[in-house]
Design a protein around this ligand. Structure first.
Ligand SMILES: Cc1ncc(COP(=O)(O)O)c(C=O)c1O
Ligand SMILES: N[C@@H](CCCC[NH3+])C(=O)O
Length: 461
């Protein structure tokens, strides 16, 4: 069993080939083609269960309830929404499209949340019609827009949470850190310098929600970033949210019933890295919110969290076929004619930045291994690159691969279950790969491969 960053169902057989969920990758590649995203169903379900178990247990110990919402942006399909709902998770959506998948899966509206910093009126209307359990409001104008949509419908008030930015900056890359002040999400807890008498944008929006009879203020939401490996940021952000909740209660007498602490739990991408341990973080966060609430003299709210990557990321791998292998002599630094050089072996695969944009977008690092055989050839320093017209079309910046890696070999890249297929594109008119689930020796295509005909059907000539 290879261990992290591979899913728990990955094995290396006696002949050196990888299998996942009891399916040999050579058979899988022959039947489904490559590139293909391969999802280890048992691993995915176990991660969902372990997050739910960890948080339910730790929060029950301090006397609080908790719901786990799976952040569908990481990867959503009808089957995955059904599996995760069956495991007791709810579904967090960020657009009308994700909402449509959750509803198509039969997830009841009250177990679905809708996020978005720029929801359209149609998205708001659809969420209300579906009876979603919560709309996470992201701006003051949206308070008015959701209230207007709820008023137009009549009936029960719309359940809303307000997304706040706590100023806690966490996560793997500036683009995926979402609670520092200079960005588009949420409402800030900070007041303008020198304007101590003024309310923060977050407090102003909470008061605005309370002033609307068409809205039910369900909670306060904080999401501080993604791929967070130092969990202390969660506790700092939670304290700020609980302080805001106490301040609102002191001001209005209304104690917000729920607090969402967002997602962002980091995973291993490379051998030697370790994913956050849900038991450990759940215990730490529960102890910290209990202490803060006691200090503030407010009873604990109901909590929720929104992990995406930590549930689906490690459960997925991408299978590629090797094409061109090209040794390239590279200057190694130093100056003058004696500058050292070394050889980097560029291993081109049949996908690339269209199925995994994360290395190009965030400089994210991945690992790759030869998947169809073992080799005792001496390792070479390799860079796994795609087939797109970009020199930044890199899937793995640096990895040691056997020196005899050649056309026709299969490469497996682990930990691609999150933000791979969901951020895939058709750059260079490359059809997007399928998502194939494996479990107990069986294969099931969850999302079929796109075809050139699919792409041409959009082109009306
Ligand atoms: C509001 C919100 N919730 C949940 C998530 C899921 O994050 P992750 O996949 O890092 O757990 C995100 C993405 O960062 C998000 O923006
Ligand atoms: N898509 C990002 C994370 C952002 C998540 C959504 N707020 C990633 O691949 O890491």
């Amino acid at each position: 069993m290879p261990g992290e960053p591979w899913s728990s169902g990955v094995r290396r057989g006696p002949d050196g080939a990888l299998s996942v969920g009891g399916v040999d990758v050579r058979e899988l590649a022959a039947a489904q083609g490559t590139p293909a995203y391969v999802l280890d169903e048992a691993d995915l379900r176990e991660r969902a269960r372990s997050y739910r178990r960890a948080f339910e247990t730790a929060f029950a110990e301090v006397g609080a309830g908790v719901d786990v919402y799976y952040a569908g942006k990481a990867f959503l399909s009808v089957a995955v929404a059904r599996w995760l709902h069956a495991e007791g998770l709810r579904i967090d959506t960020a657009t009308g499209g994700e909402l449509a998948v959750a509803l198509r899966a039969g997830v009841p509206g009250e177990h679905v949340g809708l996020h978005g910093n720029n929801k359209s009126d149609a998205e708001i209307a659809r969420a209300l019609d579906a009876g979603v359990g919560r709309i996470i409001v992201d701006s003051l104008v949206e308070v008015e827009r959701v209230a207007a949509a709820a008023r137009a419908r009549g009936g029960a008030p719309a359940p809303v949470m307000l997304r706040v930015t706590t100023g806690v900056h966490a996560g793997g890359h500036e683009y995926i850190s979402t609670a520092h002040e200079d960005q588009k999400f949420g409402l800030s807890l900070a007041t303008a310098p020198g304007a101590q008498d003024e309310d923060s944008p977050a407090m102003t929006a909470l008061l605005a929600v309370l002033a609307h009879p068409e809205l039910e203020l369900l909670g306060i939401h904080s999401h501080i970033g993604s791929q967070i490996l130092d969990p202390s940021g969660f506790e700092v952000a939670a304290r700020k949210v609980l302080e805001l909740r106490a301040a609102l209660a002191a001001r209005t007498g209304f104690l917000v019933p729920e607090v969402d602490l967002g997602g962002g739990y980091g995973i291993a991408y490379l051998p030697g890295e370790v994913s956050l341990d849900p038991d450990r973080i759940a215990k730490d966060i529960a102890a910290s919110v209990a202490a803060t609430s006691a200090e503030l003299g407010t009873p604990l709210p109901r909590f929720s969290i929104e992990p995406g990557r930590a549930i689906v990321g490690p459960a997925g791998l991408t299978l590629y076929t090797v094409g061109t292998v090209k040794p390239v002599r590279v200057a190694g630094g130093g100056a003058g004619p004696e500058a050292e050089t070394f050889v980097r072996t560029y291993v081109s695969i049949d996908g690339g930045m269209s199925d995994n944009i994360r290395p190009a977008l965030y400089g994210a690092d991945y690992h790759a291994e030869l998947a169809n055989r073992l080799s005792d050839a001496a390792p070479v320093l390799a860079r796994v690159v795609g087939k797109h017209c970009e020199s930044g079309d890199i899937v793995v910046h640096e990895v040691l691969l056997p020196g005899d890696v050649r056309a026709g070999d299969l490469l497996a890249v682990p930990a691609t279950g999150a933000y791979g297929r969901s951020m895939a594109s058709n750059y260079n008119h490359v059809p997007r790969p399928p998502v194939v689930a494996v479990a107990e020796g069986e294969t099931r295509v969850l999302v079929r491969r796109e075809t050139e005909d699919d792409l041409l059907a959009l082109d009306l000539g």
